[in-house]
Design a binder for this molecule. Structure first.
Ligand code: PMP
Length: 440
């Protein structure tokens, strides 16, 4: 390995030996416990879930919320379709807690496509597409996505999160480098960790810092992946894509863009950040997106050149060893994509309402941070407690918005996060801003 020093190699060897010893020990029959693990020496926290650090952390948060008189803002029970409004426990709320940006979840045509797919194919394809076979709807959806991006092909997987994990985790390994925006989604981070590649973050949207990192590090690695998002869901801002493309070309790196929140939202036709900047689809190596937001379904996709897609179809574990997308999940995504193409006014309205929300919020003196007024608007509250309190106060007057608290964001930038839908009216937004202003 070119980038590893001798001491690094010795360390690896020692770790390997220790691991082998551990594995050997674990092969011993259970009654023959090794010296350091006599039953009396095993701590309770090693065999009880209620002693798990994660569980304890949640209990502390619950107790803290109780002490401050804050109801649990999570796992609210919605009675029907969650769009610009939603019925929760029998009461109708203005809803800012769904990614139904284009109001297509609940659209009759989209629901009808799901029902027709069930009638034709049943509810499950029951195994991996590689072995149990394809359904036409899989290929139709993949071809449509590839067309939208102007690339050779696409692959759909059953989860957006798993798409990032398995794609990054499979394609890169220990001789490689993964550079990602510091605000990258957990799924890309987990994929990078799984890959075993060296992982470094660069400051948010800072392409100059990325260039500098590559000047210093590129020569130490084989493949280099840069991961950014088309629209960042915590702040509602987006990167200068052409700059990132220039940098990846200069350093002969791969560029991956996660369009989970930008597809359907950015661009004149709502076709994402590529549409916004008017760049060639082939200028980005890996386009990733989810079907769960603008496309009103569930799952993830990768679009790119044939060598990438064919490769993933045969070898990415999350595709190869996982069930194919259920027909009633693929069909509504395809129907939603067709509507998105036929009715660009949906994304125009979304852009208008988002801009309106941002302007009104700024006029009311609300700190909207980096928000660009593109589908997502943050209202920075300054502390987790005040974010949770504001969320509850708004809920009490019929507005559903989620608080984002530490550790999801640094404590001083705890916030409320408003997801706008093209179904929101200006009146609903006025009411929200007024209520937020009063609550603050
Ligand atoms: N990438 C980003 C940027 C996301 O925000 C999300 C989820 N919100 C995902 C990937 C995972 O997608 P899904 O929820 O569809 O699994």
């Amino acid at each position: 390995m070119s980038h590893k020093s001798l001491s690094g190699q010795i360390k690896d060897k020692l770790i390997q030996q220790a691991l082998e010893r551990k594995l050997k020990a674990s092969e011993q029959p259970s009654f023959n416990l090794s010296a350091f693990s006599r039953p009396s020496e095993i701590q309770e926290s090693w065999y009880r879930f209620d002693q798990h650090p994660g569980y304890k952390h949640i209990q502390i948060i619950h107790q803290g919320s109780k002490q401050f008189g804050i109801n649990n803002p999570f796992f609210k029970m919605h009675d029907g379709i969650a769009g610009a409004t939603s019925q929760i426990d029998g009461q109708t709320f203005i809803n800012y807690a769904s990614y139904n940006y284009l109001n297509l979840s609940g659209d009759e045509r989209v629901s009808a496509a799901a029902k027709a797919a069930i009638d034709q194919y049943g509810t499950s394809v029951s195994a991996s597409r590689l072995v149990s076979g394809e359904r036409a709807i899989h290929r139709q959806l993949e071809n449509a996505l590839a067309d939208v991006y102007g690339v050779d092909d696409a692959i759909v997987m059953v989860s957006g999160h798993a798409t990032n994990v398995t794609t990054i985790g499979y394609l890169f390994s220990s001789n490689d480098l993964i550079l990602h925006d510091e605000l990258i989604h957990n799924s890309s981070m987990v994929g990078a960790q799984l890959s075993g590649a060296k992982r470094l973050s660069f400051p948010h949207n800072d392409y100059e810092a990325l260039d500098q990192l590559l000047n210093e590090q590129r020569h130490n690695y084989e493949r280099v992946l840069i991961v950014i998002e088309g629209l960042y869901s915590m702040d509602g801002d987006f990167p200068d894509l052409p700059r990132f493309i220039a940098i990846k070309e200069k350093h002969r790196a791969f560029l991956m863009v996660d369009e989970a929140h930008s597809f359907g939202v950015l661009g004149k036709r709502g076709l994402g950040i590529r549409d916004h900047f008017g760049v060639d689809g082939k200028a980005v190596d890996i386009w990733m997106g989810t079907l769960s937001k603008s496309l009103a379904s569930c799952g993830g996709f990768i679009a790119g050149e044939s060598a990438l897609i064919e490769h993933l179809k045969f070898l990415a574990p999350g595709f190869l060893y996982s069930v194919g997308m259920p027909p009633q999940v693929a069909a509504p995504a395809l129907a939603a994509l067709q509507i998105l193409l036929d009715e660009p006014e949906r994304s125009h309205t979304l852009a208008k309402r988002s801009q309106y929300f941002l302007q009104q919020a700024k006029a009311a003196g609300i700190d909207t941070g980096l928000s660009q007024g593109q589908g997502i608007i943050a209202a920075i509250t300054g502390s987790s407690i005040s974010a949770a309190r504001l969320s509850q106060n708004l809920f009490n007057v019929g507005i559903n918005v989620q608080p984002i608290v530490y550790p999801a964001v640094p404590e001083k930038s705890a916030r409320l996060r408003f997801f706008i839908s093209c179904g929101h009216s200006e009146e609903q937004i006025d009411k929200t801003i007024q209520a937020l202003h009063e609550a603050i």
